[in-house]
Design a protein around this ligand. Sequence first.
Ligand code: PAF
Length: 283
Amino acid sequence: VELIEDKHSLRRALAAEREAGRLVGLVPTMGALHAGHLSLVDAATAGCDIVAVTIFVNPLQFGDPSDLVAYPRNLERDLELCAQRGVGVVFAPTPAEMYPRGDSSTVVEPGPLASRYEGVSRPGHFAGVATIVTKLFSLAGPCRAYFGEKDFQQLAIVRRMAEDLDLPVEVMGCPIVREADGLAMSSRNGRLSPDEWTAATVLSRSLETGKALITDKGERSGGGVGSAMLDMLACAALVRPDYAVVADPISLEPVGTITGEVRLLVAADVGPVRLIDNMAAAP
Ligand code: PAF
């Protein structure tokens, strides 16, 4: 695996791949790679000729400086995992490389898709994501880019942004990878104590309950399903729920009456860690 740390070398390397007729698969990450990220790498490997993984903990998308400091980093191990997986290029720039002026005066504002859910709890987060993803797309050039459905709102925003701005990138969504106990894989899970980890499994259980209400019990009220999920989260020790909603899978608007496929979205703080999860459901 070739480690690239500067923007211009990345641009040159991926342009050369395209000139040689190869389709580039881009996997943007913040590192601390786990099986969820590796499933994105596998999807990119299956669909493209060369895979580039980007590893950058983007300060612009962290509102809380202590969250940025606490975010796990392990470049050595990430490189090893990428090498084992046959990744062609790892782009791991410093903050100064990505933001030479210390910040970005120009910011990509994602609009209404970013105004709900994570957007409320983490003001500015999605503008930070949209800005760094635009920069990465600009450096990578025409490619396919792989994102996990775990961050479902992020995926919807990035898809819409690529469409709105005519970015030459095909955005691919990949299914959530779960631990055996149902907990959605996340780099943040490593900060959970054993008790918090057990408590955190209520997120996926609440989603399963919501899904069963819709699919097996014929519940058609989005508000009803949301309340049932929120009650489950609220009853769990160590868990402080934020939201539990039934949303349209494209617009992310809350759904009143469920008539087709919906996305169930939940978020909660468990101990010191903010966790999100989601699941598709249909009548
Ligand atoms: O999902 C992430 O890891 C980040 O939000 C992303 C897309 C790499 C942008 O920093």
